[in-house]
Design a protein around this ligand. Structure first.
Ligand SMILES: *Cc1c(COP(=O)(O)O)cnc(C)c1O
Length: 406
């Protein structure tokens, strides 16, 4: 199977176990229970909280795409991340990067009693070592190291191979939140991570209509522990959501490739725009860590900057004006959907970051998610929104003023 290109595997994978009719689209097993042949002889499935053929088909596609031996789907990205972080027991330590999804920080700092959660600098030195991480690991007791690259929302890059080596040497496990890149662009398991987690709500499902999460790994014991916990807690992804996720995965490659090409055009245009102080986008050669980023994304992809761009505006007011002035970008959290969106993480996705966690991003930082609209329309919209007097782009009928939208 894996001799085929990922695009082929995404479209052709995901056969539903035992499907008898040759359905070309995987059937949705929207059922909570499965009839057994007797009270003592059981089939492959009995109860959807435990396992479901549609969910299993989605998990097979995800495991294959990640280069893992297994994948488990959860009700949301946070359910997947929570299950994974809870592999750490009271008395143990978790080391995570400094720029991290707000919900992950909230969970780690407030819902893991007895676990010591520390933010450390995961960056590398000139010799390719990760000195701050190595020093923190040397103090002992670390169960998990948790990293995002590019991170959310500052798109900071860390060297996963170096982090994996240091983590392994300390007998800890490396968990990578791969949401920003999706496995289309980056395969953390192949770079040495033990576990990759995703918010499939973002690019994997990709249409802004599902919340879902994934954990993929090559470690069968760890998978079995997570499977048992997911079954016990009932945090598995529901069959319809799994079906929607599988449907979204079919077009992952074309969606990401297309949106990314637009994102690159937007990032280049804004990098040359005096009204923006700084553009953070891993596809720009000037982005800190761009070389490391390119070295740990899939070599077969023409581009690997992703679809998220963060902008530093001159002031919090300018950031608010930009967000409120756009017409095509919806003001919403999340990213990786078909529709472009814009947000100020300080007030939105990262508002839940508790005190004592990593510092919240500044209110001058604006995050864009580029979708599948035409590049020229998005560029014109941003150009007008950055213009303090900018109402001039309201082409009659084409783009409606904000007041007319719901
Ligand atoms: C959105 C997001 C999550 C949380 O996922 P949900 O599906 O919203 O629960 C975790 N990590 C990252 C990087 C995210 O962007």
């Amino acid at each position: 199977m894996s001799l085929l290109d990922a695009s082929t595997r995404l479209v052709r994978g995901g056969d539903v176990a035992g499907e008898p009719h040759g359905a070309t689209s995987p059937p949705l097993y929207q059922t909570s229970t499965f009839r057994q042949s007797s009270a003592t002889e059981f089939g492959a499935f009995d109860y959807t909280r435990t396992d479901n053929p549609t969910r299993q088909a989605t998990e097979a596609v995800l495991a294959d795409l990640e280069g893992g031996t297994s994948a488990l789907c959860f009700a949301s990205g946070m359910a997947a991340i929570a299950a994974t972080l809870r592999l750490a027991r009271p008395g143990e330590r978790i080391l995570c990067g400094r720029d991290l999804y707000g919900g992950t920080q909230r969970f780690a700092h407030t819902h893991l009693p007895g676990v010591d959660v520390e933010h450390v600098d995961l960056s590398s030195d000139a010799d390719g070592r990760v000195p701050a991480l190595e020093a923190a690991l040397a103090r002992g007791g670390v169960r998990l190291v948790f990293a995002e690259t590019p991170s959310n929302p500052r798109l900071e890059i860390v060297d996963l191979r170096a982090i994996a080596a240091a983590t392994r040497a300390a007998d800890a496990r490396l968990v990578v939140d791969g949401t920003a890149m999706t496995p289309w662009l980056q395969a953390p398991l192949e770079l040495g991570a033990d576990v990759v987690v995703h918010s499939a709500t973002k690019g994997l499902a990709g249409h802004g209509d599902v919340t879902a999460g994934v954990v993929a790994t090559c470690d069968d014991a760890l998978r079995n522990e997570l499977f048992a916990r997911r079954n016990a807690e009932g945090s598995a992804l529901a069959p319809f959501e799994a079906w929607l996720l599988l449907r979204g995965l079919r077009t992952l490659g074309v969606r990401v490739d297309h949106a990314q090409e637009t994102a690159e055009a937007v990032a280049c245009a804004l990098a040359a725009d005096g009204r923006v102080n700084r553009v953070l986008y891993p596809g720009l050669a000037a982005h800190p860590g761009a070389v490391v980023h390119a070295s740990q994304t899939r070599p077969e992809r023409e581009r690997s900057g992703g679809v998220v761009i963060s902008l530093e505006l001159p002031s919090a007011l300018a950031a608010r004006r930009l967000v409120d002035g756009t017409r095509l970008f919806s003001t919403s959290v999340s990213f990786g959907g078909t529709a472009s969106s814009i947000s100020i993480p300080h007030f939105m996705s990262h508002a839940s970051v508790p005190d004592g966690a990593a510092p919240r991003p500044d209110a001058t930082l604006v995050r864009l998610s580029i979708g599948l609209e035409a590049a020229r329309d998005l560029l014109a919209d941003l150009d007008a929104a950055l213009d303090p007097g900018g109402e001039r782009h309201l082409e009659a009928g084409l783009i409606r003023p904000r007041a007319a939208r719901r």
